[in-house]
Design a protein around this ligand. Structure first.
Ligand code: 1CP
Length: 354
């Protein structure tokens, strides 16, 4: 096993001292990069890109060739799991994800299979192995999944949703059925992430994009409990190295305090909670990742640099900060603006680590 040449991300996630704040960017491979758009065109469509390990590796590497990043993230999607459960995923051009067979009732939940991940998602683990070979230890590779609740919103609604009316209806009418569905997704996701780790993923992030659409009690019952089930089942050490786990509930706010108890290593924070406040919620028990507003990247270089300075100052001194945006970079961003943000992190962060 190659030793990491740059292990700043792993050290920061474990709250160990680092000489500067490591940085990666959610959705760092994606549509804002012209080279990504070219590779996707070559693949034909988004799912063909995900299913081709060589091309998935290529788009994973693209942002690392341009920028000084401290991690790679597997190129895939959170919806590969329900696709493997037989729901029939397609990405209609300009429309976002759609499922042909959404899960709408108790019978569909009972019939929902939990297939073997090696038989259905082998292309993802092939991509992980291909990327690890290509990285050759330069930086760690982050594997990921969605949270069962977030994935469940797409499974029940049949695609993206504004108000989550159908799944919230199910939560009210038949909460036990919803829990059963989330339990199946959690089981499949645990196997999926463990197979990513087996194939070479060196840290794990669980994206809970829609958890904060729930009231706090419902968040605990439907989102946090199913993430807990995953964390409890994850491989936490491989080849003598701990595999850090990051939970990211967008808009978590005070719920960050509830998330610490899962046994995760780090929590993602979006820009609606400042890092100083988040640090008081988690009482320095876990590392924090974030949290510049992605919209800041539309502003001038001066504004971007100031946002970096503010986020670093808000976290303050000491270990346990991984720099990131508060959510994914959007397709409209000028790639040079991301360079400004990353240069500022490299330049301004060492003073917080003396
Ligand atoms: O047109 C295209 O090329 C597809 C756009 C795209 C990309 C680049 C989709 C479709 N998925 C991805 C890759 C992706 N998705 C990654 C790996 C790339 C990287 O981070 O560098 C990751 C981690 C995701 C995760 C993901 N997919 C989330 C959670 C993170 C988040 O941003 O909140 C969610 C909610 C999805 C669903 C999804 N997949 C794709 C789209 C457009 C969406 C969002 C749909 C919606 O808004 O409801």
């Amino acid at each position: 096993m190659t030793k990491l040449k740059n292990d700043l991300l792993i050290r920061a996630l474990l709250r160990q001292p680092v000489p500067r704040t490591p940085v990666w960017i959610m959705r760092q491979a994606g549509r804002y990069l012209p080279e990504y758009r070219a590779t996707r065109a070559q693949a034909g469509d988004f799912m063909s890109l995900c299913r081709n390990p060589e091309l998935a590796c290529e788009v994973t590497m693209q942002p690392l060739r341009r920028y000084k990043l401290d991690a790679a993230i597997l190129f895939s999607d959170i919806l590969t799991v329900p696709d493997a459960m037989g729901l029939g995923l397609r990405f209609a051009e300009g429309e976002g994800p759609k499922f042909e067979r959404p899960v709408r009732n108790v019978a569909a939940i009972q019939d929902l299979p939990v297939p073997d991940v090696h038989e259905t998602l082998g292309y993802v683990f092939d991509a992980v192995r291909t990327i690890r070979r290509e990285l050759d230890g330069a930086v760690p590779l982050i594997g990921f999944s969605g949270s069962p609740w977030t994935v469940g919103t797409y499974m029940v609604e049949g695609g993206s949703s504004r108000d989550f009316a159908i799944i919230k209806g199910l939560a009210k009418e038949d909460p036990a059925a919803l829990e059963a569905m989330l339990g199946k997704v959690a089981k499949m996701t645990t196997d999926y992430l463990n197979a990513q780790i087996e194939a070479g993923a060196q840290a794990i992030q669980i994206f809970d994009t829609w958890g904060a659409a729930l009231a706090r009690d419902d968040y605990r019952r439907f989102s946090l409990a199913s993430m807990q089930q995953i964390v409890d089942g994850l491989t936490r050490e491989k080849d003598g190295q701990r595999i850090p786990v990051i939970l990211f509930t967008k808009g978590a706010g005070e719920m960050l305090a509830d998330m610490v108890g899962t046994g995760c290593d780090a929590l993602g924070v979006d820009w609606t909670t400042d890092l100083k406040t988040a640090r008081t919620y988690v009482e320095d028990k876990v590392a924090l990742q974030g949290n510049v507003n992605p919209a800041t990247l539309r502003e001038s270089p001066e504004v971007i640099r100031q946002a970096v300075a503010d986020a670093l100052a808000s976290y303050g001194k000491g270990p346990g900060h991984v720099f990131n945006l508060g959510h994914g970079i959007t397709p409209d961003i000028d790639p040079d603006h991301l360079g400004v943000l990353l240069d500022a992190v490299h330049e301004l962060s060492p003073q917080y680590h003396v």
